[in-house]
Design a protein around this ligand. Structure first.
Ligand code: GLY
Ligand code: MN
Ligand code: MN
Length: 489
């Protein structure tokens, strides 16, 4: 695609855009510029149905409106980031924007305008978007972001039908915000242009309150979100099955074969992977965020696969299985695996409405501490190990986190509503204990070194307990072996 034309000097101005001369082709003649203005069919779409989650996004905006009466609220999707020259990283709209609009396009901004009224009409929600490319001034074919290059966008009136809000041209928003009066808050970190326009009107503290509120709104998932998370999990289950079927090819190449295989499933069934896949064979399993995935896959060792498909609506699964590459655990691998399984069982049993968030972590850590003492790796008694946190040399991380649009969802919720909070029906969290014996850990016998095991499932808190959304994958060592044998045929 080296014919990509340079951006025009003045995409918004009245002057026709003149292509610069440093492209592959010579400058645009007046005749060609005139020719390209016309001869295009009207493709405007009418009678579009609203997006499936339109009622939910409207409710979330109403909650936000009630929390910040009389204040203008600005929630950007974010902009493209350049990788090099005219090549951009793939775009993923901000979680706050997606949650409140259902839209995912770059440069979009949701603004809740205070109306002066009370209650339900205290704000008017408006969506600011890039409109269709201008054909009169040549933007659509000369600008690298023109629709001829990057694909058709929805017109503003099409977007109004889809998202259920009035839509306006985002290119005029920064100036309007600069001139606007009255209290305002914005979500930071996504759109530098919008932030610059607000800079004299906002404070970091008040903006953070907005971000925290949206994070806490997401703690309890609605039925639409649970359905999307189940779709993400179901695709992820199929992705794990794909991986088991190609382990021989991974042995012949590297962990990259596993990464690529899972990615194929994610891109075909969903939007993307929800986070960098951890395809950690052998001792790499003890590196918590092993995403280089460039190592060897060897028979007799374990593969720790931590991966999640992100749906088209951007909800992600987060699942880990630790598999014997050749289909059968060794005696020691099985012993460690079964201890982690037992810890996960204890953790999952502690997930129920009314339980403290910390309970499932404590339950899992207790089991692991007991096993570490029993195996002579940690010096007992167990209470001492837990009190001093000595098991953490080998358990390393927390036992789970909220899951949703972000893999580590609700990350800026306050301590009192999240880690010091209480579980409620509709929350979705991972339960993912692990044991990791580093290859250079001289405090454990040689045979333990280089073994890492994690088991991670996605758990919905229900009215009377919990439901394992990822129960479609086996968890016990025996069931894993039987499942692998069946898949490998
Ligand atoms: N995949 C990252 C995590 O399990 O938290
Ligand atoms: Mn996780
Ligand atoms: Mn994970």
């Amino acid at each position: 695609m080296n014919e990509h034309q340079p951006a025009p000097e003045n995409p918004e101005g009245d002057e026709p855009i003149k292509q610069r001369k440093n492209g592959l082709y010579p400058a645009v003649s007046d005749e060609l510029a005139e020719n390209m203005k016309s001869g295009w069919a009207d493709t405007e779409l009418h009678d579009l149905r609203p997006i499936a989650q339109a009622a939910e996004t409207a409710r979330r905006r109403a909650e936000l409106s009630a929390r910040f009466p009389g204040e203008r609220l600005v929630i950007p999707a974010g902009n493209l980031k350049t990788r090099s020259n005219d090549t951009e990283y793939s775009f993923r709209a901000s979680t706050e924007y997606v949650y409140l609009t259902g839209d995912q396009t770059q440069d979009g901004v949701l603004v809740l305008e205070p109306t002066g009224a009370e209650g339900k009409s205290a704000h008017e929600a408006k969506l600011y978007l890039l409109p269709r490319s201008n054909r009169e001034n040549g933007e659509f074919w000369l600008d690298g972001m023109g629709e001829l290059w990057v694909g058709r966008r929805h017109s503003l009136s099409e977007a109004e039908q889809l998202f259920g809000m009035p839509c306006e041209d985002v290119r005029e928003l920064a100036d309007a915000l600069r001139e606007a009066t009255g209290p305002v808050r914005g979500v930071r970190g996504h759109d530098a242009g919008i932030e610059a326009a607000l800079t004299d009107k906002v404070t970091a503290e008040r903006d953070e309150e907005l971000r925290v509120f949206i994070s806490e709104q997401r703690l309890v998932k609605d039925a639409f979100e649970v359905g999307e998370l189940q779709k993400a999990v179901d695709s992820t289950v199929r992705g794990f099955e794909d991986v088991v079927k190609v382990l021989d090819k991974a042995e012949a190449t590297s962990e990259r074969y596993i990464e690529g295989t899972f990615f194929l499933r994610a891109r075909v069934e969903g939007n993307d992977i929800g986070y960098g896949s951890i395809c950690a064979a052998g001792p790499h399993a003890t590196t918590l965020h092993w995403v280089r995935n460039d190592g060897a896959v060897r028979s007799g060792e374990l593969l720790l696969l931590d991966a999640g498909v992100e749906t088209h609506t951007l909800y992600t699964a987060d699942i880990t299985r630790t598999l014997p590459v050749n289909g059968t655990y060794t005696e020691l691998q099985r012993k460690i695996y079964d201890a982690v399984y037992e810890a996960q069982e204890a953790g999952i049993a502690a997930v129920k409405p009314g339980a403290k968030y910390r309970d499932f972590h404590d339950a899992a850590q207790r089991v692991l501490a007991e096993r570490l003492v029993e195996w002579g790796l940690a010096e007992g008694p167990v209470e001492r190990v837990l009190e001093l946190g000595l098991q953490r040399r080998w358990t390393l991380h927390g036992t789970g986190h909220m899951l949703g649009l972000d893999v580590h969802d609700c990350a800026v919720a306050r301590t009192e509503t999240y880690v010091d909070g209480v579980l409620e029906p509709g929350m979705v969290l991972t339960v993912e204990p692990g044991l990791y014996f580093q290859a250079d850990d001289t405090t454990v016998p040689q045979e333990y070194r280089g073994i890492g095991v994690r088991i991670e499932d996605d758990i919905l808190v229900t009215e009377d307990g919990n439901r394992n959304l990822s129960a479609g994958l086996p968890r016990t060592s025996a069931d894993i072996e039987a499942w692998m044998a069946a898949l490998k045929g």
